[in-house]
Design a protein around this ligand. Structure first.
Ligand SMILES: [Zn+2]
Length: 351
């Protein structure tokens, strides 16, 4: 069956419904925010831009839940309590307890629990909660159920949802905007639930959604070797102390800490690139590095306990460049120099 890309009106209707859901949906726990976030992430990771429906298994959602909550179950810095911030109007949300226990047992390193025999069980437990709690309640606004994302087919298919035609397309096209909305609403929810604990100015957003920088020191030595002590972008030598591990696809565009997305750069080059994508010449170098070190890099990532997934990194990178191409955006060359994204960038990543 051939699907069409949704029309401008349909895209607008989708955004309105999403806004309505965040405004009117009742949120007894933060699960619904996590669910929306997880669906958006999976649309980038697994969907395409054809307008086709996308089937998502509940264990894939559980996997994203663990990643989202992993960082958030740490005690909030400066707060007296050692308990995680409350994310429920009643007792603490069950998923937080599960993730917190795993985090404590695996020395706070996500990459470690992922490779452990405990991982499938953790996913199963979280999946049960996802199926019982937010999955079939997400689209309820007031006393009305508006099935604009997926149909309720709990009886027929309790372990998957199928996003309607056009939904994955919209999540991919408006990803940054949607994530901004969801994280903003989620942060406010946590602020309200922990009002006694947090002052009005607590730096909550970064704590909840920033990069999990634990893997960065481990990456630094490894990348220094691979890049032979030279900055990934300007290729000049780097002096110790002024070196930054850079997210090649910036965290702000898609929050993921996977090994292949890291490069080592001067503090200055890293700072000036900021939240931009790098020019095609850099993209080509990034792709070449990952291909020429096809076996060596994953081996070293594993050795250093850094999570990695070359295919996923490639898919996210392709999507991020496509976003810039569609909006006629610019990419970063060096210093303050930007340039339009030249046609032909697709060929760099196509093989
Ligand atoms: Zn540099």
């Amino acid at each position: 069956m051939i699907h069409a890309v949704p029309s401008a009106d349909e895209q607008l209707a989708f955004l309105r419904q999403l806004q309505r859901l965040l405004d009117e949906g009742s949120f007894v726990a933060s699960y619904k925010y996590a669910l929306l976030h997880a669906i958006a992430d999976l649309c980038v990771l697994r969907g395409d831009d054809s307008g086709a429906p996308l089937t998502v298994a509940t264990n894939e959602l559980a996997d994203q839940f663990v990643r989202l909550y992993w960082r958030q179950v740490a005690p909030f810095p400066g707060a007296e309590a050692t308990e995680p911030l409350k994310q429920n109007t009643g007792r603490q949300a069950a998923v937080l307890r599960m993730v917190r226990e795993a985090r404590a047992r695996y020395d706070t390193r996500l990459a470690r629990v992922e490779g452990s025999p405990e991982w499938p069980r953790l996913l199963r437990d979280v999946e049960d909660v996802v199926r019982k709690m937010p999955l079939w309640r997400l689209q309820t606004m007031g006393d009305e159920r508006v099935e604009f994302l997926y149909e309720h087919r709990e009886e027929e298919n309790p372990r998957e949802i199928t996003l309607k035609p056009g939904v994955a397309y919209c999540f991919r096209q408006f990803y940054s905007m949607i994530i901004e909305m969801v994280q903003g609403a989620w942060t406010n929810y946590i602020r309200r639930a922990n009002v006694h604990l947090l002052g009005p100015d607590a730096e909550l957003r970064y704590f909840l959604f920033g990069s999990d920088r634990q893997d960065l020191p481990a990456c630094r030595d490894l990348l220094d070797d691979v890049q032979r002590g030279r900055c990934f972008y300007c290729e000049r030598r780097m002096a110790a102390g002024s070196v930054a591990v850079d997210h090649f696809v910036p965290w702000r565009r898609y929050p993921f800490d996977l090994g292949h997305n890291f490069v080592l750069a001067h503090d200055g080059c890293n700072g000036r690139k900021s939240d931009r994508l790098a020019a095609v010449a850099h993209l080509r170098r990034w792709d070449e590095r990952n291909r020429s070190e096809l076996y060596e890099l994953p081996r070293r990532f594993a050795e250093a306990g850094v999570a990695h997934d070359w295919r996923a990194s490639l898919r996210i990178t392709r999507w991020a460049y496509d976003q810039v191409a569609r909006s006629g955006g610019q990419v970063w060359v060096r210093g303050k120099e930007l340039e339009p994204l030249t046609p032909g960038w697709e060929d760099v990543l196509s093989s």
